[in-house]
Design a protein around this ligand. Structure first.
Ligand SMILES: Nc1ncnc2c1ncn2[C@@H]1O[C@H](COP(=O)(O)OP(=O)(O)OP(=O)(O)O)[C@@H](O)[C@H]1O
Ligand SMILES: [Mg+2]
Length: 508
Protein backbone atom coordinates (compact mmCIF):
# COMPACT_ATOMS: atom_id res chain seq x y z
CA UNK A 1 0.00 0.00 0.00
CA UNK A 2 1.28 3.45 -0.82
CA UNK A 3 1.04 6.58 1.28
CA UNK A 4 -1.13 9.48 0.08
CA UNK A 5 0.65 11.79 -2.36
CA UNK A 6 2.70 14.55 -0.85
CA UNK A 7 1.00 17.95 -0.91
CA UNK A 8 4.07 19.89 0.24
CA UNK A 9 7.71 18.91 0.40
CA UNK A 10 8.39 19.20 4.18
CA UNK A 11 9.16 15.88 5.91
CA UNK A 12 5.97 14.49 7.38
CA UNK A 13 5.21 14.73 11.10
CA UNK A 14 2.81 11.83 11.09
CA UNK A 15 2.02 9.11 8.56
CA UNK A 16 -0.79 6.56 8.81
CA UNK A 17 -1.06 3.99 6.09
CA UNK A 18 -3.69 1.30 5.58
CA UNK A 19 -4.88 1.54 9.15
CA UNK A 20 -7.85 -0.68 10.09
CA UNK A 21 -10.06 -1.00 13.16
CA UNK A 22 -13.07 -3.19 13.90
CA UNK A 23 -15.37 -3.44 16.89
CA UNK A 24 -16.66 -7.01 16.87
CA UNK A 25 -18.52 -7.28 13.58
CA UNK A 26 -18.44 -3.53 12.90
CA UNK A 27 -15.65 -2.35 10.63
CA UNK A 28 -15.18 1.27 11.71
CA UNK A 29 -12.05 1.77 9.64
CA UNK A 30 -11.11 -0.38 6.66
CA UNK A 31 -8.04 1.39 5.38
CA UNK A 32 -7.24 4.84 6.72
CA UNK A 33 -4.24 6.76 5.35
CA UNK A 34 -3.10 10.23 6.27
CA UNK A 35 0.11 12.26 6.04
CA UNK A 36 0.43 15.37 8.20
CA UNK A 37 3.23 17.87 7.62
CA UNK A 38 4.61 20.67 9.75
CA UNK A 39 3.19 24.12 9.02
CA UNK A 40 0.07 22.73 7.40
CA UNK A 41 -3.63 22.70 8.28
CA UNK A 42 -4.99 19.47 6.87
CA UNK A 43 -8.72 18.84 6.52
CA UNK A 44 -10.23 15.37 6.93
CA UNK A 45 -13.71 15.07 5.49
CA UNK A 46 -16.25 12.33 4.80
CA UNK A 47 -19.84 11.37 5.48
CA UNK A 48 -21.18 10.50 8.92
CA UNK A 49 -19.69 7.17 9.91
CA UNK A 50 -16.86 7.34 7.34
CA UNK A 51 -14.33 6.61 10.10
CA UNK A 52 -12.85 10.07 10.76
CA UNK A 53 -13.21 10.01 14.54
CA UNK A 54 -11.98 6.42 14.67
CA UNK A 55 -8.80 7.48 12.85
CA UNK A 56 -8.40 10.33 15.33
CA UNK A 57 -8.77 7.97 18.28
CA UNK A 58 -6.07 5.71 16.85
CA UNK A 59 -3.72 8.69 16.50
CA UNK A 60 -4.53 9.54 20.13
CA UNK A 61 -3.82 6.04 21.42
CA UNK A 62 -7.41 5.67 22.64
CA UNK A 63 -7.92 2.80 20.19
CA UNK A 64 -5.25 0.40 18.95
CA UNK A 65 -5.21 -0.37 15.25
CA UNK A 66 -5.80 -3.91 13.98
CA UNK A 67 -3.65 -3.40 10.88
CA UNK A 68 -1.59 -0.82 9.01
CA UNK A 69 1.39 1.35 9.88
CA UNK A 70 1.72 4.45 12.03
CA UNK A 71 4.85 6.61 11.92
CA UNK A 72 5.44 9.68 14.01
CA UNK A 73 8.50 11.93 13.55
CA UNK A 74 9.98 9.31 11.24
CA UNK A 75 9.68 6.41 13.72
CA UNK A 76 7.09 3.64 13.88
CA UNK A 77 4.93 4.09 16.99
CA UNK A 78 2.28 2.18 18.93
CA UNK A 79 0.50 4.39 21.40
CA UNK A 80 -1.33 2.20 23.87
CA UNK A 81 -2.73 5.03 26.00
CA UNK A 82 -3.72 8.64 25.43
CA UNK A 83 -1.03 9.66 27.92
CA UNK A 84 1.64 8.27 25.56
CA UNK A 85 0.45 10.26 22.56
CA UNK A 86 0.12 13.36 24.71
CA UNK A 87 3.67 12.97 26.02
CA UNK A 88 4.87 12.56 22.45
CA UNK A 89 3.33 15.91 21.53
CA UNK A 90 -0.05 15.05 20.03
CA UNK A 91 -2.98 17.10 21.33
CA UNK A 92 -6.51 16.02 20.48
CA UNK A 93 -9.78 17.84 20.80
CA UNK A 94 -12.46 15.18 20.56
CA UNK A 95 -15.86 15.55 18.96
CA UNK A 96 -17.52 15.00 22.33
CA UNK A 97 -16.12 17.11 25.21
CA UNK A 98 -14.18 14.99 27.68
CA UNK A 99 -13.97 17.31 30.69
CA UNK A 100 -14.41 16.20 34.28
CA UNK A 101 -17.52 18.09 35.46
CA UNK A 102 -16.55 18.39 39.14
CA UNK A 103 -12.98 19.53 38.60
CA UNK A 104 -12.21 23.20 38.08
CA UNK A 105 -11.48 24.64 34.66
CA UNK A 106 -7.78 24.93 35.58
CA UNK A 107 -7.62 21.35 36.87
CA UNK A 108 -9.19 20.15 33.64
CA UNK A 109 -6.65 22.00 31.51
CA UNK A 110 -3.83 20.33 33.43
CA UNK A 111 -5.47 16.95 33.89
CA UNK A 112 -2.87 14.23 34.31
CA UNK A 113 0.25 16.42 34.13
CA UNK A 114 0.33 18.96 36.88
CA UNK A 115 3.49 21.08 37.05
CA UNK A 116 5.31 20.33 40.30
CA UNK A 117 7.60 22.49 42.38
CA UNK A 118 10.38 21.12 44.55
CA UNK A 119 9.26 18.36 46.97
CA UNK A 120 6.62 17.31 44.42
CA UNK A 121 4.10 19.95 45.44
CA UNK A 122 1.69 20.92 42.70
CA UNK A 123 2.23 24.50 41.59
CA UNK A 124 -1.36 25.73 41.67
CA UNK A 125 -0.48 29.32 40.95
CA UNK A 126 1.61 28.49 37.88
CA UNK A 127 -1.26 26.42 36.56
CA UNK A 128 -3.79 29.17 37.09
CA UNK A 129 -1.50 31.81 35.54
CA UNK A 130 -1.03 29.72 32.43
CA UNK A 131 -4.76 29.18 32.05
CA UNK A 132 -5.37 32.92 32.39
CA UNK A 133 -2.81 33.65 29.68
CA UNK A 134 -4.20 30.95 27.34
CA UNK A 135 -7.70 32.31 27.81
CA UNK A 136 -6.43 35.77 26.96
CA UNK A 137 -4.98 34.48 23.69
CA UNK A 138 -8.24 32.73 22.91
CA UNK A 139 -10.39 35.64 24.07
CA UNK A 140 -12.23 33.33 26.48
CA UNK A 141 -14.17 34.74 29.42
CA UNK A 142 -14.45 31.77 31.76
CA UNK A 143 -13.58 31.74 35.46
CA UNK A 144 -10.55 29.39 35.75
CA UNK A 145 -11.62 28.38 39.28
CA UNK A 146 -15.18 27.28 38.56
CA UNK A 147 -16.10 23.64 37.94
CA UNK A 148 -16.70 22.78 34.29
CA UNK A 149 -20.16 21.39 35.10
CA UNK A 150 -22.80 23.71 33.65
CA UNK A 151 -20.50 25.40 31.13
CA UNK A 152 -22.07 25.86 27.70
CA UNK A 153 -20.90 23.47 24.99
CA UNK A 154 -19.01 26.34 23.36
CA UNK A 155 -17.16 27.15 26.58
CA UNK A 156 -16.39 23.48 27.20
CA UNK A 157 -14.96 23.31 23.69
CA UNK A 158 -12.82 26.38 24.39
CA UNK A 159 -11.51 24.78 27.59
CA UNK A 160 -10.59 21.71 25.54
CA UNK A 161 -8.78 23.94 23.06
CA UNK A 162 -6.88 25.69 25.87
CA UNK A 163 -5.97 22.26 27.22
CA UNK A 164 -4.61 21.20 23.83
CA UNK A 165 -2.67 24.46 23.40
CA UNK A 166 -1.12 24.17 26.85
CA UNK A 167 0.53 20.93 25.73
CA UNK A 168 2.80 22.80 23.34
CA UNK A 169 2.07 20.01 20.90
CA UNK A 170 3.64 19.23 17.51
CA UNK A 171 0.32 17.91 16.26
CA UNK A 172 -3.07 19.39 17.04
CA UNK A 173 -6.12 17.36 16.06
CA UNK A 174 -9.54 19.03 16.11
CA UNK A 175 -12.56 16.78 15.53
CA UNK A 176 -15.48 19.06 14.57
CA UNK A 177 -14.41 21.80 16.97
CA UNK A 178 -16.71 24.42 15.45
CA UNK A 179 -20.03 22.57 15.60
CA UNK A 180 -21.04 24.40 18.79
CA UNK A 181 -19.17 27.67 18.34
CA UNK A 182 -20.55 30.99 17.15
CA UNK A 183 -19.01 33.03 14.34
CA UNK A 184 -16.77 35.11 16.58
CA UNK A 185 -15.49 32.07 18.44
CA UNK A 186 -14.81 30.24 15.19
CA UNK A 187 -12.79 33.21 13.93
CA UNK A 188 -10.77 33.24 17.14
CA UNK A 189 -10.14 29.52 16.94
CA UNK A 190 -9.02 29.90 13.33
CA UNK A 191 -6.58 32.67 14.15
CA UNK A 192 -5.10 30.51 16.91
CA UNK A 193 -4.87 27.58 14.47
CA UNK A 194 -3.12 29.78 11.89
CA UNK A 195 -0.65 31.02 14.49
CA UNK A 196 0.16 27.43 15.49
CA UNK A 197 0.57 26.51 11.83
CA UNK A 198 2.98 29.40 11.31
CA UNK A 199 5.04 28.07 14.22
CA UNK A 200 5.46 24.87 12.20
CA UNK A 201 2.95 22.62 13.91
CA UNK A 202 0.81 20.14 12.02
CA UNK A 203 -2.92 20.57 12.38
CA UNK A 204 -5.69 18.14 11.49
CA UNK A 205 -9.13 19.70 11.14
CA UNK A 206 -12.37 17.73 10.79
CA UNK A 207 -15.51 19.56 9.72
CA UNK A 208 -18.65 19.10 7.67
CA UNK A 209 -18.55 22.76 6.65
CA UNK A 210 -16.88 23.37 3.32
CA UNK A 211 -16.59 27.12 3.88
CA UNK A 212 -14.41 26.41 6.93
CA UNK A 213 -12.35 23.79 5.13
CA UNK A 214 -11.62 26.20 2.27
CA UNK A 215 -11.01 29.12 4.62
CA UNK A 216 -8.58 27.44 7.00
CA UNK A 217 -6.96 24.41 5.36
CA UNK A 218 -4.28 23.98 2.70
CA UNK A 219 -4.69 20.24 2.13
CA UNK A 220 -7.70 17.94 2.25
CA UNK A 221 -8.12 14.18 2.62
CA UNK A 222 -11.42 12.50 1.79
CA UNK A 223 -12.62 9.27 3.40
CA UNK A 224 -15.56 7.10 2.45
CA UNK A 225 -16.90 3.94 4.16
CA UNK A 226 -13.80 3.59 6.33
CA UNK A 227 -11.40 4.00 3.42
CA UNK A 228 -8.92 6.54 2.20
CA UNK A 229 -10.15 8.08 -1.05
CA UNK A 230 -7.93 11.03 -1.95
CA UNK A 231 -5.64 13.82 -0.80
CA UNK A 232 -5.50 17.14 -2.66
CA UNK A 233 -4.21 20.65 -2.24
CA UNK A 234 -7.16 22.91 -1.42
CA UNK A 235 -6.14 25.23 -4.26
CA UNK A 236 -6.50 22.37 -6.76
CA UNK A 237 -9.97 21.18 -5.78
CA UNK A 238 -13.59 22.33 -5.62
CA UNK A 239 -16.55 21.65 -3.35
CA UNK A 240 -18.24 19.66 -6.13
CA UNK A 241 -15.21 17.42 -6.60
CA UNK A 242 -14.92 16.80 -2.87
CA UNK A 243 -18.62 16.05 -2.49
CA UNK A 244 -18.45 13.54 -5.33
CA UNK A 245 -15.51 11.80 -3.66
CA UNK A 246 -17.25 11.78 -0.28
CA UNK A 247 -20.50 10.22 -1.41
CA UNK A 248 -19.17 8.27 -4.41
CA UNK A 249 -21.82 9.69 -6.74
CA UNK A 250 -23.01 13.02 -8.08
CA UNK A 251 -25.09 15.00 -5.63
CA UNK A 252 -27.07 17.14 -8.00
CA UNK A 253 -29.90 18.56 -5.97
CA UNK A 254 -28.91 19.47 -2.45
CA UNK A 255 -32.20 21.16 -1.74
CA UNK A 256 -35.10 19.32 -3.31
CA UNK A 257 -37.67 21.98 -2.50
CA UNK A 258 -41.27 21.08 -3.17
CA UNK A 259 -43.84 23.81 -2.68
CA UNK A 260 -46.80 22.33 -0.75
CA UNK A 261 -50.37 23.66 -0.66
CA UNK A 262 -50.68 26.10 2.22
CA UNK A 263 -53.47 25.62 4.79
CA UNK A 264 -54.54 27.09 8.12
CA UNK A 265 -52.33 29.00 10.51
CA UNK A 266 -51.02 26.35 12.93
CA UNK A 267 -48.52 28.46 14.86
CA UNK A 268 -49.12 32.09 15.64
CA UNK A 269 -46.74 34.16 17.74
CA UNK A 270 -47.78 37.71 18.65
CA UNK A 271 -45.77 40.42 20.36
CA UNK A 272 -43.52 37.88 22.09
CA UNK A 273 -41.01 39.71 24.28
CA UNK A 274 -38.36 38.64 26.73
CA UNK A 275 -36.65 41.71 28.09
CA UNK A 276 -33.09 42.00 26.89
CA UNK A 277 -33.32 38.91 24.67
CA UNK A 278 -36.01 39.45 22.02
CA UNK A 279 -38.65 42.06 21.47
CA UNK A 280 -42.13 42.21 19.95
CA UNK A 281 -41.75 39.13 17.80
CA UNK A 282 -44.80 38.30 15.68
CA UNK A 283 -45.17 35.73 12.92
CA UNK A 284 -47.37 32.93 11.62
CA UNK A 285 -46.61 29.52 10.20
CA UNK A 286 -49.29 27.76 8.14
CA UNK A 287 -49.82 24.10 7.43
CA UNK A 288 -47.61 23.09 4.51
CA UNK A 289 -45.20 25.97 5.03
CA UNK A 290 -41.53 25.98 5.90
CA UNK A 291 -40.68 29.31 7.48
CA UNK A 292 -37.01 30.01 8.15
CA UNK A 293 -35.72 32.08 11.03
CA UNK A 294 -32.52 33.45 9.55
CA UNK A 295 -29.93 35.73 11.08
CA UNK A 296 -26.52 35.73 12.67
CA UNK A 297 -25.54 33.40 15.50
CA UNK A 298 -26.60 35.13 18.71
CA UNK A 299 -29.43 37.14 17.11
CA UNK A 300 -31.93 35.46 19.45
CA UNK A 301 -33.49 32.91 17.11
CA UNK A 302 -33.05 29.85 19.34
CA UNK A 303 -34.30 31.89 22.30
CA UNK A 304 -37.50 32.82 20.42
CA UNK A 305 -38.07 29.17 19.50
CA UNK A 306 -37.40 27.94 23.03
CA UNK A 307 -39.79 30.50 24.50
CA UNK A 308 -42.54 29.63 22.00
CA UNK A 309 -42.16 25.95 22.90
CA UNK A 310 -42.19 26.73 26.62
CA UNK A 311 -38.72 25.65 27.73
CA UNK A 312 -37.72 29.30 28.32
CA UNK A 313 -39.96 31.97 29.88
CA UNK A 314 -41.17 35.16 28.19
CA UNK A 315 -42.45 38.42 29.64
CA UNK A 316 -45.30 39.28 27.31
CA UNK A 317 -47.00 38.21 24.11
CA UNK A 318 -48.99 35.15 23.10
CA UNK A 319 -48.41 31.84 21.37
CA UNK A 320 -51.36 30.18 19.63
CA UNK A 321 -51.33 26.62 18.29
CA UNK A 322 -54.08 25.66 15.83
CA UNK A 323 -56.24 28.53 17.06
CA UNK A 324 -55.90 27.81 20.78
CA UNK A 325 -53.68 29.89 23.08
CA UNK A 326 -50.78 27.92 24.55
CA UNK A 327 -49.84 28.68 28.16
CA UNK A 328 -46.21 29.80 28.50
CA UNK A 329 -43.49 27.76 30.18
CA UNK A 330 -45.12 24.35 29.75
CA UNK A 331 -43.31 22.18 27.17
CA UNK A 332 -45.34 19.09 28.13
CA UNK A 333 -48.52 20.95 27.26
CA UNK A 334 -46.88 22.17 24.04
CA UNK A 335 -46.05 18.57 23.08
CA UNK A 336 -49.58 17.36 23.81
CA UNK A 337 -50.87 20.13 21.54
CA UNK A 338 -48.72 18.86 18.69
CA UNK A 339 -45.64 21.05 18.97
CA UNK A 340 -42.15 19.57 18.76
CA UNK A 341 -38.80 21.30 19.16
CA UNK A 342 -35.64 19.65 17.92
CA UNK A 343 -32.98 21.54 19.84
CA UNK A 344 -29.72 22.85 18.51
CA UNK A 345 -27.54 21.13 21.09
CA UNK A 346 -28.61 17.62 20.22
CA UNK A 347 -25.66 15.90 21.81
CA UNK A 348 -26.49 17.18 25.27
CA UNK A 349 -30.26 17.59 25.17
CA UNK A 350 -31.01 14.70 22.92
CA UNK A 351 -29.57 11.24 22.95
CA UNK A 352 -29.37 8.85 25.89
CA UNK A 353 -25.92 7.54 25.07
CA UNK A 354 -26.04 4.35 27.14
CA UNK A 355 -29.36 3.21 25.66
CA UNK A 356 -29.91 1.51 22.33
CA UNK A 357 -31.14 3.22 19.19
CA UNK A 358 -34.65 1.72 19.47
CA UNK A 359 -35.03 2.93 23.06
CA UNK A 360 -33.87 6.42 22.11
CA UNK A 361 -36.16 6.79 19.12
CA UNK A 362 -39.23 5.67 21.05
CA UNK A 363 -38.45 7.65 24.20
CA UNK A 364 -41.00 10.34 23.42
CA UNK A 365 -43.77 7.98 22.31
CA UNK A 366 -43.64 5.26 24.95
CA UNK A 367 -47.20 6.00 26.06
CA UNK A 368 -48.54 5.61 22.58
CA UNK A 369 -46.72 2.34 21.92
CA UNK A 370 -47.94 0.85 25.19
CA UNK A 371 -50.90 -1.53 24.85
CA UNK A 372 -52.70 -2.65 28.02
CA UNK A 373 -49.88 -1.31 30.11
CA UNK A 374 -47.17 -3.25 28.27
CA UNK A 375 -44.51 -1.87 25.99
CA UNK A 376 -43.11 -4.77 23.99
CA UNK A 377 -39.69 -4.85 22.38
CA UNK A 378 -41.43 -5.74 19.15
CA UNK A 379 -43.50 -2.54 19.19
CA UNK A 380 -40.45 -0.50 20.10
CA UNK A 381 -38.33 -2.09 17.38
CA UNK A 382 -40.98 -1.81 14.68
CA UNK A 383 -41.39 1.88 15.26
CA UNK A 384 -37.68 2.52 15.60
CA UNK A 385 -36.80 0.46 12.52
CA UNK A 386 -38.95 2.64 10.33
CA UNK A 387 -37.36 5.84 11.61
CA UNK A 388 -33.80 4.53 11.53
CA UNK A 389 -34.33 3.48 7.92
CA UNK A 390 -35.76 6.83 6.89
CA UNK A 391 -32.68 8.54 8.24
CA UNK A 392 -30.17 5.95 7.08
CA UNK A 393 -28.83 5.60 10.61
CA UNK A 394 -25.72 3.51 10.04
CA UNK A 395 -25.48 0.93 12.80
CA UNK A 396 -25.21 -2.85 13.08
CA UNK A 397 -28.56 -3.18 14.92
CA UNK A 398 -31.29 -1.28 16.73
CA UNK A 399 -29.73 -2.37 20.04
CA UNK A 400 -26.50 -0.56 19.22
CA UNK A 401 -25.83 1.91 22.01
CA UNK A 402 -26.33 5.48 20.85
CA UNK A 403 -23.00 6.35 22.47
CA UNK A 404 -21.04 4.18 20.01
CA UNK A 405 -22.62 5.76 16.92
CA UNK A 406 -20.70 8.34 14.94
CA UNK A 407 -21.54 11.91 15.93
CA UNK A 408 -23.76 12.54 12.92
CA UNK A 409 -25.63 9.28 13.34
CA UNK A 410 -26.35 10.22 16.98
CA UNK A 411 -27.95 13.39 15.70
CA UNK A 412 -30.13 11.50 13.26
CA UNK A 413 -31.40 9.35 16.15
CA UNK A 414 -32.41 12.46 18.07
CA UNK A 415 -34.23 13.99 15.12
CA UNK A 416 -36.05 10.70 14.56
CA UNK A 417 -37.05 10.65 18.22
CA UNK A 418 -38.86 13.97 17.91
CA UNK A 419 -40.48 13.21 14.59
CA UNK A 420 -41.84 10.00 16.10
CA UNK A 421 -44.19 12.16 18.22
CA UNK A 422 -45.95 13.02 14.93
CA UNK A 423 -46.19 16.74 15.63
CA UNK A 424 -48.33 19.17 13.62
CA UNK A 425 -45.93 22.05 14.27
CA UNK A 426 -42.24 21.30 14.10
CA UNK A 427 -39.55 23.69 15.23
CA UNK A 428 -36.06 22.61 14.14
CA UNK A 429 -32.95 24.41 15.27
CA UNK A 430 -30.05 23.99 12.83
CA UNK A 431 -31.42 20.72 11.41
CA UNK A 432 -28.31 19.75 9.48
CA UNK A 433 -25.46 20.93 11.69
CA UNK A 434 -22.95 18.08 12.02
CA UNK A 435 -24.76 16.13 9.29
CA UNK A 436 -22.87 15.18 6.14
CA UNK A 437 -23.78 16.32 2.62
CA UNK A 438 -25.40 13.06 1.54
CA UNK A 439 -27.68 12.87 4.58
CA UNK A 440 -28.25 16.59 4.50
CA UNK A 441 -30.29 16.31 1.34
CA UNK A 442 -32.18 13.43 3.03
CA UNK A 443 -33.05 15.68 5.97
CA UNK A 444 -34.15 18.39 3.55
CA UNK A 445 -36.26 15.96 1.58
CA UNK A 446 -37.81 14.76 4.82
CA UNK A 447 -38.66 18.30 5.94
CA UNK A 448 -40.13 18.97 2.52
CA UNK A 449 -42.19 15.75 2.75
CA UNK A 450 -43.43 16.66 6.21
CA UNK A 451 -44.54 20.07 4.98
CA UNK A 452 -46.25 18.31 2.08
CA UNK A 453 -48.17 16.21 4.64
CA UNK A 454 -49.47 19.43 6.18
CA UNK A 455 -47.00 20.13 8.98
CA UNK A 456 -46.11 23.70 9.80
CA UNK A 457 -42.34 23.95 10.06
CA UNK A 458 -40.26 26.68 11.64
CA UNK A 459 -36.62 26.16 10.74
CA UNK A 460 -33.75 28.00 12.33
CA UNK A 461 -30.66 27.91 10.16
CA UNK A 462 -27.40 29.80 9.94
CA UNK A 463 -26.64 28.36 6.52
CA UNK A 464 -27.85 30.74 3.89
CA UNK A 465 -28.06 28.14 1.08
CA UNK A 466 -30.24 26.00 3.34
CA UNK A 467 -32.52 28.95 4.15
CA UNK A 468 -32.86 30.03 0.54
CA UNK A 469 -33.25 26.47 -0.72
CA UNK A 470 -35.81 25.23 1.79
CA UNK A 471 -37.96 28.10 3.01
CA UNK A 472 -41.28 29.31 1.64
CA UNK A 473 -40.82 32.42 3.72
CA UNK A 474 -37.81 33.90 5.50
CA UNK A 475 -38.01 35.85 8.73
CA UNK A 476 -34.76 37.59 9.49
CA UNK A 477 -33.81 38.29 13.10
CA UNK A 478 -31.37 40.99 14.10
CA UNK A 479 -30.61 41.64 17.76
CA UNK A 480 -33.83 40.05 18.98
CA UNK A 481 -36.18 41.73 16.49
CA UNK A 482 -37.63 40.57 13.23
CA UNK A 483 -36.18 42.92 10.61
CA UNK A 484 -37.61 41.29 7.47
CA UNK A 485 -40.39 38.94 6.39
CA UNK A 486 -39.51 37.86 2.86
CA UNK A 487 -41.28 35.63 0.36
CA UNK A 488 -39.28 32.96 -1.44
CA UNK A 489 -38.94 35.33 -4.40
CA UNK A 490 -37.84 38.29 -2.30
CA UNK A 491 -35.34 36.26 -0.28
CA UNK A 492 -32.10 36.90 -2.14
CA UNK A 493 -28.77 36.42 -0.34
CA UNK A 494 -28.32 40.21 -0.33
CA UNK A 495 -31.78 40.88 1.14
CA UNK A 496 -31.31 38.32 3.93
CA UNK A 497 -27.78 39.44 4.80
CA UNK A 498 -28.82 43.08 4.80
CA UNK A 499 -31.69 42.46 7.21
CA UNK A 500 -29.48 40.22 9.36
CA UNK A 501 -26.92 42.95 9.86
CA UNK A 502 -29.11 46.07 10.14
CA UNK A 503 -31.69 47.24 12.66
CA UNK A 504 -35.32 47.86 11.74
CA UNK A 505 -34.76 51.63 11.48
CA UNK A 506 -31.77 51.13 9.18
CA UNK A 507 -33.63 48.72 6.91
CA UNK A 508 -36.57 51.08 6.39
N1 LIG B 1 -16.66 2.05 19.98
C1 LIG B 1 -17.37 1.68 18.91
N2 LIG B 1 -18.10 0.55 18.93
C2 LIG B 1 -18.82 0.17 17.84
N3 LIG B 1 -18.86 0.85 16.68
C3 LIG B 1 -18.16 1.97 16.59
C4 LIG B 1 -17.38 2.47 17.70
N4 LIG B 1 -16.79 3.61 17.32
C5 LIG B 1 -17.18 3.83 16.04
N5 LIG B 1 -17.99 2.85 15.60
C6 LIG B 1 -18.61 2.76 14.27
O1 LIG B 1 -17.62 3.00 13.28
C7 LIG B 1 -18.10 3.79 12.22
C8 LIG B 1 -17.22 5.02 12.03
O2 LIG B 1 -17.46 5.93 13.07
P1 LIG B 1 -16.70 7.32 13.25
O3 LIG B 1 -17.13 7.87 14.55
O4 LIG B 1 -15.25 7.11 13.04
O5 LIG B 1 -17.32 8.16 12.05
P2 LIG B 1 -17.07 9.71 11.66
O6 LIG B 1 -16.48 9.71 10.30
O7 LIG B 1 -16.33 10.40 12.73
O8 LIG B 1 -18.58 10.25 11.53
P3 LIG B 1 -19.26 11.69 11.99
O9 LIG B 1 -19.09 12.63 10.85
O10 LIG B 1 -20.72 11.31 12.12
O11 LIG B 1 -18.65 12.12 13.27
C9 LIG B 1 -19.55 4.10 12.55
O12 LIG B 1 -20.36 3.21 11.87
C10 LIG B 1 -19.64 3.87 14.05
O13 LIG B 1 -20.93 3.48 14.44
MG1 LIG C 1 -16.84 11.87 14.07
Amino acid sequence: MTAPPAASPAAPTLVLDGVAKSFGPVVALRSGSLTLRPGSVHALIGENGAGKSTLVKIIAGLYQRDAGTFEYLGEPVDFTTTAESKDAGIAVIYQEPTLFPDLSVTENVFMGRQPTMSFGRIDKKAMRDEVVSLFEQLGVHVDPDRPTRGLSIADQQLVEIAKAMSLDAKVLVMDEPTAALSGVEVERLFSVARALRDEGRAILFISHRFDEVFDLCDTVTVMRDGEYISTSAIADTTVDQLVRQMVGRDVTDLFPKVVAPVGDVLLKVEGLTRTGVFHDVSFEVRAGEIVALAGLVGAGRSEIARAAFGVDPYDSGTVTVAGKPLPGGDPTKAMSRGLALIPEDRRRQGAVLDSGIARNVTLTIRDRLTRFGVLTNAAENASAREWAARFEVRAPSLDTLAGTLSGGNQQKVVIAKWLATEPSVLIVDEPTRGIDVGTKSEVHRLLSDLAGQGLAILMISSELPEVLGMADRVLVVHEGRITANLTREEATPEAVMHAATHSLEETR
